[in-house]
Design a protein around this ligand. Structure first.
Ligand SMILES: Nc1ncnc2c1ncn2[C@@H]1O[C@H](COP(=O)(O)OP(=O)(O)OP(=O)(O)O)[C@@H](O)[C@H]1O
Ligand SMILES: [Mg+2]
Length: 331
């Protein structure tokens, strides 16, 4: 597999800045998840690496080789798009075989059959192999698209929200499968998702994009436990981090304008009074919606809590984050 490097990548569409000086090393065998809201530049990054689009400035290397001027096929990358892209009038089996039948690869028929069988099993579409692509549901088509990428052994897999159109159960199954395929094959993956659980469970590294700029790159734990800004902190974690004016609690350091409290950074039973607005029992945990000095806060508590709407709970921050007026972390 391969290391991918982006050095000073910039891309504008008219006056829209899609990517602004993005520099990033995607280590060989890593699973890199790009996070950012709509328009942040995630798909554009994937398209640059794939060769479907050209950067205005900067250099992309795969395994140390400059990719400038090379076509997607020459780059040996496999891409799965947000929307499925199948050949509609041939069967699922033919769609899956297609990447292996390239004249360059010359894959023997028995190897093709075995590979297609394996991948169909993993993606739970074995029973649809002889259907035309047009005879599938949206979720089934998306699985075939993923399968078409997985039958190959490219240098890099590029996947743009590949699981977003699938139901929760299938998404959970495929999350495990994708992660184990990646771990077993040592594949390098660049992956876009809005799904917190996908990001936390699959990524070895997370890149946080903000309006075309890479604002933080690190392990999911690093981003969760040591975010550089409110923006980066807000990209990971469910329920989301609570951000309040720093002076609502005592003890804010110099220069702190806002305090960031992840749900578990709120200690209950000591400190100042808050008012329980709503209690949500989720089975393994309970979410508490609190009102503290007229600010809304979400925290988590014991699954079997007796707390109810209208109760008073004392809270205080426990190792919170502090941010300056510009949102950058100060402590
Ligand atoms: N082909 C294009 N023509 C014009 N503008 C484009 C084009 N592709 C992307 N852009 C612009 O570039 C910016 C980044 O777009 P991009 O598709 O990379 O965002 P994204 O992070 O993938 O968002 P989403 O989560 O909605 O998929 C946006 O402002 C978008 O409007
Ligand atoms: Mg996109």
């Amino acid at each position: 597999m391969a290391e991918v490097t982006l050095a000073g990548i910039a891309k504008n569409f008219g006056s829209d800045v899609a990517l602004d000086d993005v520099t990033m090393t995607i280590p060989d065998g890593s699973f890199v998840v790009l996070l950012g809201p709509t328009g942040a530049g995630k798909t554009t990054t994937l398209r640059m690496v794939s060769g479907l689009d050209k950067p205005d400035r900067g250099q992309i290397c795969i395994d140390g080789r400059d990719m400038a001027g090379l076509t997607p096929a020459q780059r040996n990358v496999a891409m799965v798009f947000q929307q499925y892209s199948l050949y509609p009038h041939i069967t699922v089996r033919q769609n899956l075989e297609f990447p292996l039948k390239s004249p360059i690869l010359k894959t023997p028929k028995d190897v093709i059959d075995q590979k297609v069988g394996e991948i169909a099993e993993i993606l739970q579409i074995s029973h649809k192999l002889d259907n035309k692509a047009t005879e599938l549901s949206g979720g089934e088509m998306q699985r075939v698209s993923i399968g078409r990428a997985l039958v190959r052994r490219p240098s890099v897999y590029l996947m743009d929200e590949p699981l977003s159109s699938l139901d929760a159960k299938l998404r959970a199954d495929l999350r495990v499968e994708l992660k184990s395929i990646q771990a077993d094959s040592g594949a390098t993956l660049l992956y876009v998702t809005h799904d917190q659980i996908e990001a936390m469970t699959m990524a070895t590294h997370v890149g946080v994009l903000d309006k075309g700029r890479l604002v933080q790159f690190g392990s999911p734990r690093e981003i969760y436990e040591d975010p550089v800004s409110i923006y980066a902190a807000s990209r990971l974690g469910l329920p989301r981090i609570n951000v309040l004016p720093a002076d609502v609690f005592v003890g804010a350091p110099e220069g702190a304008n806002q305090i960031g409290l992840r749900p578990e950074q709120i200690m209950q039973g000591e400190g100042e009074d808050s008012f329980v607005q709503r209690v949500e029992h989720l089975g393994d945990q309970t979410r508490l919606h609190l009102n503290f000095k007229s600010h809304d806060i979400i925290t988590v508590t014991d699954a079997h809590t007796e707390l109810r709407t209208g109760d008073i709970v004392k809270i205080r921050p426990n190792k919170p984050f502090y941010f300056g007026a510009d949102g950058a972390r100060v402590a």
